[in-house]
Design a binder for this molecule. Structure first.
Ligand SMILES: [Zn+2]
Ligand SMILES: [Zn+2]
Length: 466
C-alpha cells in the first residue's frame, strides 16, 4: 500500500495551489442554500476540464461519475452489489456578514462561507482530479456528489428522492472542524451529530381588555407555561445521561400592552443523539402543548420540520478510514473519540441508506486566531492545509475501498454489473417498462465502459447540458 500512498501524497502537494485557488474563488462568491448557481457552474467547469461526465441534482447540486478502468475482482461478486462509492460535499454558504479581512474576503454583502463548505467543495474537486488520473488503480464506479442546501436540511433528502444513491454500497463525507488542530482528523464510530427538528407551537386564545382577563384566554400566559414545561421534558423526564436539547429561540405574542393576547408562537429546535428519544420527545411535546393550552381554555398545535436524522458512523467503514488515516498521518493525528456535536448535518441521510463514514478535518491553527473561532461566526476561516488533508484522506479512502488487490482474480468489466433497470424512483420511472426494457437503455448499459449510463443519468446529463 505504501507505494501508492507516497505517490498520492506528492501529487496532492503538487495540486495544492489548484485546490486553494478554487476554495478562494468560492469563498469570494458565497451563495446561500438553493441559490448555488455560480458554485454549481464552477464545479461543472472543473469536471469538464477533467473529462468527467456529470449531471445536475436537487436543482443546484452536481453529481459526477468516475469509472475505474480495472476489471471488477471476482471477490466482489460475493458481496450483495458490486462496490460503488459515494463521495459527498456540501456547497452552501450562510447569511453572515464576513468580518475577517483577507484577500479572499466575501464580495457579497451579508453572505459568507462561515462553515467551511467552500473547502468541502474545493476538496472534492481536488479528489476528482486525483482519482481521474488514477483510474487504472481502481475498479467500479465512484459517484461524486456536491450537495446543495445543507444549512437548511434540504439537499440530501432531495438527492435521495431522485435516486442518486441507488447504486451506492459505501459513502464518505467530511467537515472542517475549528476545534481540532490542522493535520489531525476525527474518525469516530457511532453517533457524531444530533438529529435536528424544527418546530413552531401556535397557541390560540381569546382577546379581551387586560383589566378583565376572566373574559379572555391569555395565549401569552399559555405560551409561557409551555416554554417552562418543555425544559421539564429534558431535565425531569429524560435521563441526565441522555443527550437531548429543546431550544426555543423565538417567542412572540399579542398586539398591544392592554389587550389579552389571543395568539402566541414559540419557535425552536429539538436535538438528540438517540432516534427513539427523538420520537418520544415529539409525542411528549404534542401532549404538553395541547394539554397545557386546554387547562386554560385555549388550544395549541405544533408544526414540525425534519431537518436531519442522527448522524451515526458505521462501524466497519469508520474502522477502515481510521486505518488509512493512521497510515497517511500517523496514529497521533487520528482522533477516534470526541464528544458528539448537537449540531446536525444531513450527511446523516446518506449514511442512513448507504453504510459510511463522516470525518472531521482539523482546520485550526493558533497562529491564525480566526481559524479557532466557532463555525457560523463572522470571522470564521480555516487553515488551508486542511484542504490537502481532505483530498488526501478522501482519495486514499476511495482507492483503498475500490482498488482491486494485486493477485486478486479478475472478473467482468464494471459496466456489465450495472443494472438494466433505471434506479430513478421518480415519476414511476423505476418500474416503467419503457425504461426497463428500452433498447436505448440497454444500449447504454452494454455500450462502451465510459459511456455507459442509466437512462435517467443520461437524461439528466442532456438536461444539464442545455
Ligand atoms: Zn453550518
Ligand atoms: Zn457545515
Amino acid at each position: 500500500m505504501t507505494n501508492w500512498i507516497d505517490e498520492l501524497k506528492k501529487a496532492v502537494e503538487a495540486d495544492f495551489d489548484y485546490i486553494k485557488e478554487i476554495r478562494r474563488d468560492l469563498h469570494r462568491h458565497p451563495e446561500l442554500a438553493r441559490e448555488e448557481f455560480r458554485t454549481q457552474q464552477r464545479i461543472e467547469e472543473e469536471l469538464d476540464k477533467l473529462g468527467i461526465p456529470h449531471w445536475r441534482s436537487a436543482e443546484t447540486g452536481v453529481v459526477a461519475r468516475l469509472s475505474g478502468s480495472r476489471p471488477v475482482p471476482v471477490a466482489w461478486e460475493k458481496e450483495q452489489k458490486p462496490r460503488c462509492l459515494i463521495l459527498r460535499a456540501d456547497i452552501d454558504a450562510l447569511p453572515v456578514q464576513e468580518m475577517h479581512e483577507t484577500e479572499y474576503k466575501s464580495e457579497v454583502p451579508g453572505k459568507m462561507h462561515a462553515c467551511g463548505h467552500d473547502a468541502h467543495t474545493a476538496a472534492l474537486i481536488g479528489t476528482a482530479r486525483m482519482l481521474s488520473r488514477r483510474r487504472d488503480l481502481f475498479a467500479g464506479d465512484v459517484y461524486l456528489m456536491w450537495q446543495p442546501g445543507e444549512e437548511i436540511g434540504y439537499g440530501a433528502a432531495v438527492m435521495i428522492e431522485e435516486g442518486q444513491l441507488a447504486f451506492g454500497t459505501r459513502c464518505f463525507g467530511l467537515h472542517m472542524a475549528s476545534d481540532i488542530p490542522v493535520g489531525s482528523v476525527v474518525l469516530m464510530p457511532g453517533p457524531n451529530n444530533a438529529s435536528v427538528d424544527w418546530f413552531r407551537i401556535s397557541v390560540e386564545g381569546v382577546g379581551a381588555h387586560v383589566s378583565t382577563p376572566q373574559k379572555g384566554v391569555d395565549a401569552a400566559y399559555i405560551a409561557a407555561q409551555i416554554l417552562i414545561g418543555l425544559q421539564a421534558l429534558v431535565s425531569r423526564m429524560s435521563s441526565p445521561m441522555d443527550n437531548l436539547l429543546i431550544g426555543v429561540g423565538k417567542i412572540c405574542a399579542g398586539t398591544a400592552y392592554n389587550i389579552v393576547a389571543d395568539h402566541a408562537e414559540l419557535e425552536g429546535t429539538v436535538r438528540s443523539l438517540d432516534p427513539e428519544l427523538r420520537k418520544l420527545t415529539r409525542e411528549r411535546m404534542e401532549r404538553l402543548a395541547s394539554e397545557t393550552a386546554e387547562i386554560y381554555g385555549g388550544t395549541a398545535k405544533i408544526e414540525w420540520a425534519d431537518y436531519t436524522s442522527v448522524l451515526v458512523n458505521s462501524e466497519g467503514p469508520t474502522a477502515e478510514a481510521q486505518k488509512i488515516a493512521t497510515e497517511l498521518f500517523g496514529p497521533e493525528k487520528v482522533i477516534t473519540f470526541r464528544r458528539p456535536a448537537l449540531g446536525g448535518d444531513d450527511m446523516a441521510e446518506f449514511i442512513n441508506r448507504v453504510p459510511g463514514c463522516y470525518a472531521y478535518i482539523g482546520s485550526s491553527n493558533p497562529d491564525i486566531p480566526e481559524t479557532e473561532v466557532a463555525h457560523h461566526n463572522s470571522s470564521f476561516d480555516i487553515d488551508e492545509k486542511a484542504l490537502s488533508v481532505s483530498v488526501l484522506l478522501t482519495s486514499a479512502y476511495a482507492l483503498s475501498y475500490m482498488s482491486a488487490e494485486k493477485g486478486e482474480e479478475e472478473g467482468k468489466p464494471a459496466y456489465l454489473y450495472r443494472p438494466d433497470a433505471c434506479p430513478c424512483p421518480r415519476g414511476g420511472e423505476v418500474n416503467c417498462p419503457r425504461y426497463r426494457n428500452c433498447s436505448a437503455c440497454i444500449r447504454y448499459h452494454r455500450g462502451k465502459e465510459t459511456n455507459c449510463f442509466t437512462a435517467c443519468e443520461r437524461k439528466a446529463m442532456e438536461k444539464s447540458a442545455r
